[in-house]
Design a protein. Structure first.
Lengths: 293, 293
């Protein structure tokens, strides 16, 4: 299989659903719906929804459309967290995915509220997932643990606080595993839960997702140093000058690459426990390691 | 019954549960858990949880402890929306409930993330409600509609945008019914749903809650003009100088009072449809109209 083609097709499909689900720009009050759509459609790989759907199919899930609301809700949550991260008070980023960030276009007040609105709408959408309510509840439990202070937000907080601290391998691992790893792991695990996978399968997905998330964030760090600004779509070399704790800063570029490779192998090992059905996830893990944007 | 005593007892009970549910200050990363707790315990009437519990009992709900997670989650969502509202980019308020606002104490970055974390944790907590998952799903549907762009956020957006517009009775009603009415209505409706009320009862709760929410916000506007700063706990006279659209600004103080009274009567009429069981809600509606803080 051609993994690039697979990811492209999946992305296009998810974009169509996002287009369908999100409130139209004209809906009152128009400005907030414009801002929500602006950030959601400013690009993005749709990685988290793709992982959910791929894991869902890997455990034998057949009714993709039934779980599409949950898949798309992950992208909305991801977008909310980027909008807030980019705010002047936090990372103060003017560009994201090659376009001006929300607060540059709509002002800070609307950017904060657009993030909040995407977060809120994600839950509204998620509840439309067509699975038995007990299964949905379980999937939502996994999600909420991954996005709170024991997940994304915990990682973001230490990412900010860490700028004042000495680069330290333990802190670095905490930030990456929480800021990125937890959510990617949850995306894959939720796919397994919604697809009614066996306990062992779900466990393999959860672990593999966690490793893949770590590799993903380390590659992100590396691309910030060596990446082509046009391809990456945001200012590179930013981490180095801002004092952020990154893998290249702590281990050097080669050390960072070796660690990304190691996590990728661990992810592949986990996904291979699913047998032939884990093949696509293995390919995604490889692709994410080799990517240049 | 003494409604003041009832509200005081309920508040104390809810505070105990909030104390139990929220992550401890020492949990890593400590700063974000401190910020979450700071705003939650900076005062507050706990009106939304009390309304949920009161409505729950009004339809015959007996296991209060089972629905306490949902009740408390409403207070967390309310607190998140206040933290974000107070931010410099939005209302730029330094004081709230007689104490410095989150961003004054923790800085803007942590204040934004503390709001996000409370929002996220509210959903994590809500999922612990001990009712059949189908009932929970229905209650969550009502909630998510009330807090998104068709509810609170829609109201906040027009509250901001409205400062640039001429005071207009229709816009004013939109802002108040969305910013405050929708959530208070949802609190009461959710209590009815979790208590497995009859369709007619839930409808009476929903409507009564909406009217009561309108009255509540109009009284808030009035207190901003005539209230004692020490009692109200925030800077008064602020709306008048900021160009915010308020009931006193559009209808004068007497006109605003008459309208608050009318909404209170409509709320009472709705709650009286529940018969004797609606008595406490009727008392709360009266109390909220007569309050001085």
């Amino acid at each position: 299989m051609d993994i690039r083609e697979y990811l492209k097709k999946e992305k296009e499909k998810i974009d169509r659903y996002l287009e369908k689900y999100l409130p139209p720009e004209g809906a009152y009050p128009s400005i907030i719906h414009k801002a929500m759509r602006y950030s959601v459609f400013a690009g993005g790989k749709r990685l988290r929804p793709i992982l959910l759907l791929t894991a869902y199919r890997a455990v034998g899930g057949k009714k993709e459309e039934d779980v599409m609301p949950f898949a798309c809700s992950l992208e909305l949550i991801h977008t909310y967290s980027l909008i807030h991260d980019d705010l002047p008070a936090i990372d103060n980023d003017d560009m994201r995915r090659g376009k001006p960030t929300s607060h540059k276009v709509f002002g800070e007040a609307i950017a904060i509220l657009a993030g909040d609105a995407l977060f809120s709408f994600a839950f509204e959408l998620m509840l439309k997932t067509r699975v038995p309510p007990g299964v949905l509840r379980k999937a939502m439990e996994v999600l909420t643990r991954a996005i709170g202070t024991s997940g994304i937000i915990g990682g973001q907080v230490m990412d900010i606080e860490g700028e004042k601290l000495e680069p330290d391998p333990r802190l670095l691992r905490y930030i990456h595993s929480h800021k990125t790893g937890a959510f990617i792991s949850a995306a894959v695990e939720i796919g397994g839960i919604l697809g009614r996978g066996k306990k062992k399968e779900i466990e393999a997905l959860r672990k593999g997702g966690g490793y893949m998330g770590m590799a993903f964030q380390i590659v992100d760090d590396i691309l910030d140093v060596v990446g082509d600004e046009k391809k990456v779509g945001k200012k590179t070399q930013k981490d180095a000058t801002s004092g952020k704790i990154t893998y290249p800063a702590v281990y050097g570029l080669d050390g960072a690459r070796r660690r990304a490779e190691r996590y990728t192998h661990l992810a592949i090992n986990s996904f291979e426990r699913l047998g032939k059905k884990g093949k696509v996830l293995v390919e995604i893990a490889k692709f994410l390691f080799e990517r240049d944007r």
